[in-house]
Design a protein around this ligand. Structure first.
Ligand code: COI
Length: 355
């Protein structure tokens, strides 16, 4: 079906992990997709090969200066056996936004989606079907010149690997505890905050570890200048429901334009909620909580899907949101989005792409 790509099948398929114990990103399927870029020649040699290690020179540029980008999307097996992708063109649009910021050459979104379909089709038997599971797809591009000067590489690899996954957080859909970060910052306008580039995640690990030691799963980032306005959580965008209105930080260059964020805004508006994208300060959240106006808080992301926030701690001052229970808005969003993704809820917006 995707015979325009050269396919070399593995001769030693791996055994499948237990679907009820997948965790996130621990197991990898039998194959991977690779395509090379060479200056003057463009993207070339798309191929599917057995999953395995890459021979890289120690001087490979990405290892030194981090010129790379990545994406995340998921494949689901519907009840009728068909395979569904959720808004894959959005990911490929975002790849090129990240590429531009990181001086990586543009890539044809159509080829990328076709590559995703081809690799998913090759490893279709790896898509888990247990409740709350999916096949996580990780496209990424990295600089491959063997060179130590700081400049854009003249060669790159575009690759796709895949991992059968369960919930991102051990809590599953249950509310998570989040620490409001006051010491470290993630990004500032003019930086790379809006791009999906590894450095944003590397620099977040220190804060995440310190929060983890205090018993919190991730941090809520505040803006890098005034340390006042809410940006995003480690691996998700964030929403608050205050007096019935849904508020989420506006996209002003330092946070990621999440696809689950966009889908949630669309659905919430369709359901009649007032949804506002604006700057929102952490003080406003704590005041709303004090006035009993903060009804729900939740994160959105491909890996995290919809994740209710049950507790926020700011400098030792902790607030419990919605009795640490899953709120009705978070629950509806979770059920609707996962339902569309897995084919049990009608895809009215045309978000599903079949493999
Ligand atoms: C995703 O949600 O797909 C992401 O890329 C977040 C990642 C840090 C797990």
């Amino acid at each position: 079906m995707y015979s325009d790509f050269k396919i070399i099948k593995t001769t030693s398929p791996k055994s499948r992990p237990d679907q009820n114990n997948l965790g996130f990103g621990k197991y990898f399927t039998d194959h991977m997709f690779i395509m090379d870029y060479t200056e003057g020649k463009g993207w070339h040699d798309p191929r599917i090969v057995p999953y395995g290690p890459l021979p890289l020179e120690p001087s490979t540029m990405v290892l030194h200066y981090g010129q790379a980008i990545f994406e995340g999307l998921k494949a689901y097996k519907a009840k009728d056996g068909s395979i569904q992708l959720f808004r894959p063109y959005k990911n490929m649009e975002r790849i090129n936004i990240s590429n531009t910021r990181m001086c990586i050459p543009q890539i044809d979104p159509e080829t990328c989606v076709r590559a995703v379909k081809a690799i998913v089709d090759t490893d279709r038997d790896w898509i888990p079907t247990a409740e709350g599971t999916s096949l996580y797809i990780r496209p990424f591009i990295f600089a491959t010149d063997a060179y130590l000067g700081v400049k854009p590489s003249s060669t790159y690899k575009f690759m796709i690997i895949m991992s059968p996954v369960g919930a991102y957080y051990p809590q599953g859909i249950n509310p998570v505890k989040i620490y409001v970060e006051s010491k470290y910052v993630r990004a500032v306008k003019g930086g790379t905050g809006f791009a999906k580039t590894p450095g944003n995640y590397a620099s977040s690990i220190k804060a995440q570890m310190e929060a983890y030691e205090k018993g919190y799963i991730q941090v809520l980032w505040l803006d890098g200048i005034e340390r006042k306005y809410i940006e995003e959580v480690g691996s998700m965008n964030v929403f608050f429901k205050i007096n019935g209105e849904i508020i989420t930080p506006s996209l002003e260059g330092s946070i990621l334009a999440g696809i689950t964020r966009d889908s949630s805004i669309f659905l919430l508006k369709k359901w009649g909620y007032k949804v506002t994208e604006r700057r929102i300060s952490i003080d406003e959240i704590f005041t709303a909580h004090k006035n009993s106006a903060l009804e729900e808080a939740f994160g959105t992301g491909t890996a995290a899907v919809i994740s209710p926030i049950g507790e926020l701690n700011r400098d030792g001052n902790s607030i419990i949101i919605n009795n640490n229970e899953i709120g009705p808005t978070s629950m509806n969003l979770y059920n609707t989005i996962t339902g569309i993704q897995s084919g049990t809820v009608k895809d009215e917006a045309g978000w599903i792409e079949k493999v």
